[in-house]
Design a protein around this ligand. Structure first.
Ligand SMILES: *Cc1c(COP(=O)(O)O)cnc(C)c1O
Ligand SMILES: [Zn+2]
Length: 392
Protein backbone atom coordinates (compact mmCIF):
# COMPACT_ATOMS: atom_id res chain seq x y z
CA UNK A 1 0.00 0.00 0.00
CA UNK A 2 1.09 3.59 -0.57
CA UNK A 3 0.12 6.86 1.03
CA UNK A 4 -0.99 9.69 -1.28
CA UNK A 5 0.63 12.21 1.08
CA UNK A 6 1.80 15.19 -0.97
CA UNK A 7 2.67 18.33 1.01
CA UNK A 8 1.91 20.42 4.08
CA UNK A 9 -0.34 23.44 3.66
CA UNK A 10 -1.07 26.31 6.02
CA UNK A 11 -4.76 26.41 6.87
CA UNK A 12 -4.62 30.19 7.21
CA UNK A 13 -2.26 31.72 4.63
CA UNK A 14 -1.97 28.80 2.23
CA UNK A 15 1.86 28.52 2.30
CA UNK A 16 3.14 25.10 1.32
CA UNK A 17 5.92 23.09 2.96
CA UNK A 18 7.90 19.92 2.34
CA UNK A 19 6.21 17.02 4.08
CA UNK A 20 9.35 14.89 4.34
CA UNK A 21 11.09 17.07 6.91
CA UNK A 22 9.93 18.00 10.43
CA UNK A 23 7.63 21.03 10.66
CA UNK A 24 5.45 22.30 13.44
CA UNK A 25 3.34 25.39 12.65
CA UNK A 26 3.46 27.71 9.60
CA UNK A 27 6.74 29.62 9.52
CA UNK A 28 5.01 32.49 7.67
CA UNK A 29 1.99 33.16 9.92
CA UNK A 30 2.24 30.78 12.90
CA UNK A 31 -1.03 28.99 12.18
CA UNK A 32 -1.94 25.32 11.79
CA UNK A 33 -0.45 23.14 9.03
CA UNK A 34 -2.47 20.33 7.43
CA UNK A 35 -1.06 17.41 5.46
CA UNK A 36 -2.55 17.37 1.95
CA UNK A 37 -2.90 14.34 -0.30
CA UNK A 38 -3.17 13.70 -4.02
CA UNK A 39 -6.88 12.94 -3.74
CA UNK A 40 -7.35 12.83 -7.53
CA UNK A 41 -5.02 9.85 -7.69
CA UNK A 42 -6.54 8.34 -4.56
CA UNK A 43 -10.00 8.70 -6.10
CA UNK A 44 -8.96 6.54 -9.04
CA UNK A 45 -7.02 3.97 -7.04
CA UNK A 46 -9.27 3.65 -4.02
CA UNK A 47 -12.99 3.05 -4.39
CA UNK A 48 -14.47 2.82 -0.90
CA UNK A 49 -15.28 -0.89 -1.34
CA UNK A 50 -11.55 -1.69 -1.21
CA UNK A 51 -11.73 -1.11 2.55
CA UNK A 52 -13.70 -4.28 3.23
CA UNK A 53 -11.64 -6.85 5.11
CA UNK A 54 -8.85 -4.49 6.09
CA UNK A 55 -7.29 -4.27 9.58
CA UNK A 56 -9.94 -3.18 12.11
CA UNK A 57 -8.16 -0.05 13.29
CA UNK A 58 -7.61 3.49 12.03
CA UNK A 59 -4.71 2.45 9.78
CA UNK A 60 -7.21 0.82 7.41
CA UNK A 61 -7.24 4.25 5.73
CA UNK A 62 -3.50 4.07 5.06
CA UNK A 63 -3.64 5.75 1.63
CA UNK A 64 -4.89 8.96 3.26
CA UNK A 65 -2.65 8.72 6.32
CA UNK A 66 0.64 10.65 6.61
CA UNK A 67 3.05 7.72 6.98
CA UNK A 68 4.87 6.63 3.81
CA UNK A 69 6.22 3.26 4.94
CA UNK A 70 3.84 0.86 6.66
CA UNK A 71 6.76 -0.45 8.71
CA UNK A 72 6.77 2.87 10.59
CA UNK A 73 3.23 2.47 11.92
CA UNK A 74 3.21 2.45 15.72
CA UNK A 75 -0.07 0.83 16.69
CA UNK A 76 -1.82 -0.52 19.75
CA UNK A 77 -5.09 -1.19 17.92
CA UNK A 78 -6.51 2.35 17.96
CA UNK A 79 -9.73 3.29 16.24
CA UNK A 80 -12.59 1.43 14.54
CA UNK A 81 -14.42 1.71 17.85
CA UNK A 82 -18.06 0.67 18.04
CA UNK A 83 -20.97 2.95 17.34
CA UNK A 84 -23.75 1.80 19.68
CA UNK A 85 -27.40 2.64 19.08
CA UNK A 86 -28.57 4.30 22.32
CA UNK A 87 -32.30 3.57 22.47
CA UNK A 88 -32.84 3.99 26.19
CA UNK A 89 -30.82 7.19 26.42
CA UNK A 90 -32.55 8.40 23.25
CA UNK A 91 -35.96 7.87 24.84
CA UNK A 92 -34.85 9.82 27.91
CA UNK A 93 -33.58 12.66 25.72
CA UNK A 94 -36.44 12.61 23.22
CA UNK A 95 -34.42 11.52 20.18
CA UNK A 96 -35.42 8.64 17.92
CA UNK A 97 -32.09 8.05 16.25
CA UNK A 98 -29.43 8.48 18.89
CA UNK A 99 -26.10 6.65 18.92
CA UNK A 100 -22.78 6.83 20.76
CA UNK A 101 -19.35 6.24 19.31
CA UNK A 102 -17.45 4.82 22.24
CA UNK A 103 -13.88 6.07 22.16
CA UNK A 104 -13.32 4.73 25.65
CA UNK A 105 -12.59 1.44 23.86
CA UNK A 106 -9.31 2.80 22.50
CA UNK A 107 -5.84 1.88 23.80
CA UNK A 108 -5.05 4.12 26.79
CA UNK A 109 -8.85 4.41 27.16
CA UNK A 110 -9.30 7.66 25.26
CA UNK A 111 -9.39 8.90 21.69
CA UNK A 112 -6.05 10.66 22.24
CA UNK A 113 -4.65 7.30 21.12
CA UNK A 114 -5.60 8.13 17.52
CA UNK A 115 -3.67 11.37 17.40
CA UNK A 116 -0.63 10.07 19.18
CA UNK A 117 -0.46 6.87 17.13
CA UNK A 118 -0.29 9.07 14.01
CA UNK A 119 2.13 11.63 15.47
CA UNK A 120 4.51 9.08 16.99
CA UNK A 121 4.50 7.00 13.78
CA UNK A 122 5.39 10.06 11.71
CA UNK A 123 8.02 11.18 14.23
CA UNK A 124 9.61 7.76 13.93
CA UNK A 125 9.53 7.99 10.14
CA UNK A 126 11.16 11.43 10.23
CA UNK A 127 13.92 10.16 12.53
CA UNK A 128 12.85 12.17 15.60
CA UNK A 129 13.74 10.34 18.79
CA UNK A 130 12.74 12.55 21.72
CA UNK A 131 9.24 13.96 22.16
CA UNK A 132 7.79 16.36 24.69
CA UNK A 133 4.38 17.68 25.69
CA UNK A 134 2.75 19.69 28.42
CA UNK A 135 -0.49 17.93 29.32
CA UNK A 136 -3.02 17.76 32.10
CA UNK A 137 -4.57 14.61 30.86
CA UNK A 138 -5.03 11.81 28.36
CA UNK A 139 -2.66 13.13 25.69
CA UNK A 140 0.32 12.56 27.96
CA UNK A 141 -0.71 8.99 28.70
CA UNK A 142 -1.17 8.27 25.01
CA UNK A 143 2.11 9.88 23.97
CA UNK A 144 3.98 7.93 26.64
CA UNK A 145 2.44 4.64 25.58
CA UNK A 146 3.12 5.07 21.86
CA UNK A 147 6.63 6.39 22.50
CA UNK A 148 7.34 3.32 24.63
CA UNK A 149 6.08 1.04 21.89
CA UNK A 150 8.23 2.81 19.30
CA UNK A 151 11.30 2.92 21.53
CA UNK A 152 11.32 6.74 21.57
CA UNK A 153 11.92 8.94 24.60
CA UNK A 154 8.94 10.86 26.02
CA UNK A 155 9.04 13.93 28.26
CA UNK A 156 5.82 14.96 29.97
CA UNK A 157 5.17 18.14 31.97
CA UNK A 158 2.04 17.95 34.11
CA UNK A 159 0.38 20.15 36.70
CA UNK A 160 0.68 18.46 40.09
CA UNK A 161 -3.13 18.28 40.35
CA UNK A 162 -3.58 16.34 37.07
CA UNK A 163 -5.74 13.17 37.23
CA UNK A 164 -3.98 10.31 38.97
CA UNK A 165 -4.58 7.90 36.07
CA UNK A 166 -2.71 10.17 33.67
CA UNK A 167 0.33 10.55 35.91
CA UNK A 168 0.49 6.83 36.49
CA UNK A 169 0.12 5.80 32.85
CA UNK A 170 2.92 8.19 31.87
CA UNK A 171 5.10 6.92 34.68
CA UNK A 172 4.57 3.21 34.11
CA UNK A 173 5.36 3.46 30.39
CA UNK A 174 8.69 5.07 31.22
CA UNK A 175 8.14 8.73 30.31
CA UNK A 176 10.29 11.39 31.99
CA UNK A 177 7.50 12.89 34.09
CA UNK A 178 7.89 16.33 35.64
CA UNK A 179 5.14 17.50 38.00
CA UNK A 180 4.75 21.27 37.94
CA UNK A 181 3.37 23.48 40.71
CA UNK A 182 0.97 25.55 38.64
CA UNK A 183 -1.30 25.38 35.62
CA UNK A 184 -1.01 23.75 32.22
CA UNK A 185 0.40 27.05 30.94
CA UNK A 186 3.26 26.80 33.48
CA UNK A 187 3.86 23.23 32.35
CA UNK A 188 4.00 24.57 28.79
CA UNK A 189 6.73 27.07 29.67
CA UNK A 190 8.87 24.29 31.18
CA UNK A 191 8.22 21.96 28.25
CA UNK A 192 9.30 24.60 25.75
CA UNK A 193 12.44 25.39 27.74
CA UNK A 194 13.44 21.74 27.90
CA UNK A 195 12.59 21.32 24.22
CA UNK A 196 15.04 24.09 23.33
CA UNK A 197 17.77 22.86 25.70
CA UNK A 198 17.56 19.15 24.91
CA UNK A 199 16.38 19.31 21.29
CA UNK A 200 13.03 17.65 21.98
CA UNK A 201 10.18 17.71 19.44
CA UNK A 202 6.98 19.21 20.86
CA UNK A 203 3.85 17.29 19.85
CA UNK A 204 1.25 19.62 21.39
CA UNK A 205 -1.94 19.28 19.41
CA UNK A 206 -2.27 21.24 16.15
CA UNK A 207 1.22 22.58 16.84
CA UNK A 208 2.51 19.67 14.78
CA UNK A 209 0.67 18.48 11.66
CA UNK A 210 -0.05 14.82 12.38
CA UNK A 211 -2.18 14.36 15.47
CA UNK A 212 -5.12 15.76 13.51
CA UNK A 213 -4.60 13.01 10.93
CA UNK A 214 -5.19 10.40 13.59
CA UNK A 215 -8.27 12.19 14.87
CA UNK A 216 -9.69 12.66 11.37
CA UNK A 217 -10.15 8.89 11.13
CA UNK A 218 -13.16 9.44 13.43
CA UNK A 219 -14.83 11.01 10.40
CA UNK A 220 -13.81 8.19 8.04
CA UNK A 221 -15.11 5.60 10.48
CA UNK A 222 -18.41 7.34 11.12
CA UNK A 223 -19.08 7.36 7.38
CA UNK A 224 -17.98 3.78 6.80
CA UNK A 225 -19.66 2.33 9.89
CA UNK A 226 -22.94 4.13 9.16
CA UNK A 227 -23.06 2.80 5.61
CA UNK A 228 -21.71 5.98 3.96
CA UNK A 229 -24.60 8.10 5.24
CA UNK A 230 -23.52 10.67 7.80
CA UNK A 231 -25.79 11.45 10.78
CA UNK A 232 -27.77 14.71 10.84
CA UNK A 233 -25.76 15.97 13.80
CA UNK A 234 -22.54 15.21 15.68
CA UNK A 235 -22.05 16.47 19.24
CA UNK A 236 -18.42 16.88 20.28
CA UNK A 237 -16.81 17.83 23.62
CA UNK A 238 -14.30 20.47 22.62
CA UNK A 239 -10.93 21.29 24.11
CA UNK A 240 -8.28 21.99 21.49
CA UNK A 241 -10.85 20.96 18.87
CA UNK A 242 -8.60 18.49 17.06
CA UNK A 243 -11.36 15.93 16.72
CA UNK A 244 -13.98 18.28 15.35
CA UNK A 245 -11.66 19.87 12.79
CA UNK A 246 -10.27 16.43 11.98
CA UNK A 247 -13.75 15.07 11.18
CA UNK A 248 -14.45 18.14 9.06
CA UNK A 249 -11.23 17.52 7.11
CA UNK A 250 -12.17 13.86 6.66
CA UNK A 251 -15.59 14.73 5.21
CA UNK A 252 -13.96 17.01 2.65
CA UNK A 253 -11.37 14.39 1.69
CA UNK A 254 -14.00 11.67 1.36
CA UNK A 255 -16.15 13.87 -0.86
CA UNK A 256 -13.17 14.56 -3.11
CA UNK A 257 -12.54 10.83 -3.38
CA UNK A 258 -16.19 10.22 -4.25
CA UNK A 259 -16.88 8.26 -1.06
CA UNK A 260 -19.68 10.54 0.22
CA UNK A 261 -21.83 13.33 -1.21
CA UNK A 262 -21.79 16.97 -0.13
CA UNK A 263 -24.28 16.59 2.73
CA UNK A 264 -22.65 17.32 6.09
CA UNK A 265 -23.77 16.78 9.67
CA UNK A 266 -24.50 19.82 11.79
CA UNK A 267 -21.46 19.99 14.07
CA UNK A 268 -22.03 20.95 17.72
CA UNK A 269 -19.26 21.94 20.07
CA UNK A 270 -19.86 21.44 23.79
CA UNK A 271 -17.79 23.21 26.45
CA UNK A 272 -18.05 23.63 30.21
CA UNK A 273 -19.48 26.84 31.65
CA UNK A 274 -16.20 27.40 33.46
CA UNK A 275 -14.15 27.25 30.25
CA UNK A 276 -16.04 28.16 27.08
CA UNK A 277 -13.84 30.24 24.78
CA UNK A 278 -15.24 28.69 21.60
CA UNK A 279 -18.88 29.11 22.67
CA UNK A 280 -18.25 32.77 23.47
CA UNK A 281 -16.51 33.41 20.15
CA UNK A 282 -19.23 31.57 18.23
CA UNK A 283 -21.97 33.63 19.88
CA UNK A 284 -20.10 36.86 19.18
CA UNK A 285 -19.48 35.96 15.56
CA UNK A 286 -15.71 36.24 16.00
CA UNK A 287 -13.09 34.60 13.80
CA UNK A 288 -10.78 33.77 16.71
CA UNK A 289 -11.47 32.94 20.36
CA UNK A 290 -10.09 35.12 23.13
CA UNK A 291 -8.33 33.04 25.83
CA UNK A 292 -10.58 32.19 28.80
CA UNK A 293 -9.49 33.51 32.19
CA UNK A 294 -9.47 31.21 35.25
CA UNK A 295 -10.55 28.11 33.31
CA UNK A 296 -12.33 25.68 35.61
CA UNK A 297 -14.13 22.39 35.01
CA UNK A 298 -13.96 18.80 36.21
CA UNK A 299 -13.66 17.72 32.56
CA UNK A 300 -9.88 17.98 32.03
CA UNK A 301 -10.15 17.34 28.29
CA UNK A 302 -12.27 20.48 27.87
CA UNK A 303 -10.14 22.64 30.19
CA UNK A 304 -8.35 24.35 27.31
CA UNK A 305 -8.44 28.15 27.71
CA UNK A 306 -6.98 28.94 24.28
CA UNK A 307 -6.83 26.76 21.17
CA UNK A 308 -4.45 27.44 18.28
CA UNK A 309 -7.06 25.93 15.94
CA UNK A 310 -9.90 28.20 17.17
CA UNK A 311 -10.57 29.61 13.68
CA UNK A 312 -10.79 26.09 12.23
CA UNK A 313 -13.32 24.98 14.86
CA UNK A 314 -15.43 28.11 14.35
CA UNK A 315 -15.32 27.68 10.57
CA UNK A 316 -16.51 24.07 10.84
CA UNK A 317 -19.37 24.98 13.19
CA UNK A 318 -20.56 27.77 10.91
CA UNK A 319 -20.17 25.96 7.59
CA UNK A 320 -22.04 22.96 9.00
CA UNK A 321 -24.98 24.94 10.34
CA UNK A 322 -24.24 23.78 13.88
CA UNK A 323 -23.43 25.80 16.96
CA UNK A 324 -21.75 25.81 20.36
CA UNK A 325 -23.28 25.03 23.74
CA UNK A 326 -22.19 25.13 27.38
CA UNK A 327 -23.07 22.71 30.19
CA UNK A 328 -22.33 22.91 33.92
CA UNK A 329 -20.14 20.53 35.94
CA UNK A 330 -23.26 19.45 37.88
CA UNK A 331 -24.96 18.49 34.62
CA UNK A 332 -21.87 16.57 33.55
CA UNK A 333 -21.90 14.48 36.74
CA UNK A 334 -25.65 13.91 36.47
CA UNK A 335 -25.35 12.66 32.88
CA UNK A 336 -22.33 10.44 33.60
CA UNK A 337 -24.62 8.49 35.91
CA UNK A 338 -27.60 8.59 33.52
CA UNK A 339 -25.67 7.41 30.46
CA UNK A 340 -24.01 4.63 32.44
CA UNK A 341 -27.34 3.55 33.94
CA UNK A 342 -29.25 3.64 30.66
CA UNK A 343 -26.65 2.28 28.24
CA UNK A 344 -24.03 0.49 30.33
CA UNK A 345 -21.27 2.74 29.05
CA UNK A 346 -19.13 4.31 31.79
CA UNK A 347 -18.55 7.55 29.90
CA UNK A 348 -15.90 10.11 30.75
CA UNK A 349 -17.07 13.56 31.92
CA UNK A 350 -16.43 14.98 28.45
CA UNK A 351 -18.64 12.29 26.89
CA UNK A 352 -21.34 12.98 29.47
CA UNK A 353 -21.19 16.66 28.47
CA UNK A 354 -22.43 15.77 24.99
CA UNK A 355 -25.53 14.09 26.44
CA UNK A 356 -26.06 17.03 28.80
CA UNK A 357 -26.05 19.39 25.82
CA UNK A 358 -28.83 17.59 23.95
CA UNK A 359 -31.85 18.87 25.98
CA UNK A 360 -30.55 22.42 25.47
CA UNK A 361 -30.09 21.97 21.73
CA UNK A 362 -33.58 20.46 21.48
CA UNK A 363 -35.22 23.27 23.43
CA UNK A 364 -33.43 25.86 21.30
CA UNK A 365 -34.80 24.11 18.23
CA UNK A 366 -31.34 23.34 16.90
CA UNK A 367 -31.94 19.62 17.07
CA UNK A 368 -35.28 18.05 16.24
CA UNK A 369 -36.59 14.77 17.69
CA UNK A 370 -36.29 12.97 14.35
CA UNK A 371 -32.67 13.98 13.70
CA UNK A 372 -30.12 11.18 13.71
CA UNK A 373 -27.64 12.31 16.34
CA UNK A 374 -24.21 10.90 17.17
CA UNK A 375 -22.60 11.63 20.54
CA UNK A 376 -18.86 11.17 20.94
CA UNK A 377 -17.80 9.56 24.17
CA UNK A 378 -14.14 10.51 23.97
CA UNK A 379 -12.84 8.32 26.78
CA UNK A 380 -13.55 5.89 29.57
CA UNK A 381 -14.91 7.08 32.90
CA UNK A 382 -12.61 4.52 34.49
CA UNK A 383 -9.84 7.09 34.12
CA UNK A 384 -11.77 9.54 36.32
CA UNK A 385 -12.67 7.43 39.34
CA UNK A 386 -12.09 10.41 41.63
CA UNK A 387 -15.28 11.97 40.18
CA UNK A 388 -17.74 9.26 41.16
CA UNK A 389 -18.74 7.70 44.45
CA UNK A 390 -19.93 4.13 44.94
CA UNK A 391 -23.13 5.22 46.69
CA UNK A 392 -26.29 7.01 45.56
C1 LIG B 1 -8.58 15.81 24.88
C2 LIG B 1 -9.92 15.35 25.21
C3 LIG B 1 -11.06 16.01 24.70
C4 LIG B 1 -10.97 17.21 23.80
O1 LIG B 1 -10.43 16.88 22.56
P1 LIG B 1 -9.96 18.01 21.54
O2 LIG B 1 -9.73 17.28 20.28
O3 LIG B 1 -8.71 18.59 22.12
O4 LIG B 1 -11.03 19.02 21.46
C5 LIG B 1 -12.30 15.48 25.02
N1 LIG B 1 -12.42 14.40 25.80
C6 LIG B 1 -11.35 13.75 26.32
C7 LIG B 1 -11.58 12.55 27.19
C8 LIG B 1 -10.06 14.20 26.04
O5 LIG B 1 -9.02 13.55 26.55
ZN1 LIG C 1 0.52 30.41 7.30
Amino acid sequence: MRSYLDHLECTYCGSKFNVDEPHRTCSDCGKVLYPRYDLEAARKALPRDTLAGRRPDMWRYFEVMPVRDEANIVSLGEGFTNIFPAKRLGRELGLEGLSIKDEGLNPTASFKARGLSAAVSKAKELGLTRLTMPSAGNAAGAMSAYAARAGLEAYVFMPRDAPEANMKEASITGAHLTLVDGLISDAGVLSRREAAEKDLFDVSTLQEPYRVEGKKTLGYEIAEQMGWTLPDAIVYPTGGGTGIVGMWKAFEEMEQMGWIDSKRPKMYCVQAEGCAPIVRAFDRGDEFAEPWQNAQTIAAGMRVPGAIGDYLILRALRESGGSAQTVTDEEILEWMRKVAGLEGIFVCPEGAATAAAVPKLLSRGELSPDDTVLLLNTGSGLKNLELVSASG
